[in-house]
Design a binder for this molecule. Structure first.
Ligand code: SF4
Ligand code: SF4
Length: 82
């Protein structure tokens, strides 16, 4: 997916209850792993030098406020959408 890797079912669920979730802009991501290191939910994997979020584990997806990954990314590759 060009601008992020949120899957469609995750987006549909989030939009239906108006929560914000992190999305990774693949072009900006260098695969440095800083976001994965800081994620307490262990929801980010680095695959093929790109970060990928497992939404079933992400705190934001379950309604808990968390923006740690976005705050740590020096490439500004992570943004939140709702
Ligand atoms: S911190 Fe940013 S650049 Fe580094 S792996 Fe995560 S999304 Fe990619
Ligand atoms: S929002 Fe929090 S829980 Fe979700 S991927 Fe980012 S750091 Fe992990």
């Amino acid at each position: 997916m060009e601008s992020g890797e949120a899957n469609s079912s995750a987006l549909i669920k989030c939009r239906s209850i108006r929560m914000a979730i992190p999305v990774i802009e693949q072009k900006r991501c260098t695969g440095c792993g800083e976001c994965a290191a800081v994620c307490e939910a262990n929801a980010i994997e680095i695959i093929g030098e790109k970060a990928r979020i497992e939404y079933t584990r992400c705190y934001s997806y379950t309604g808990i406020t968390c923006q740690s990954c976005m705050e740590v990314c020096q490439r500004e590759a992570i943004s939140f959408i709702d």
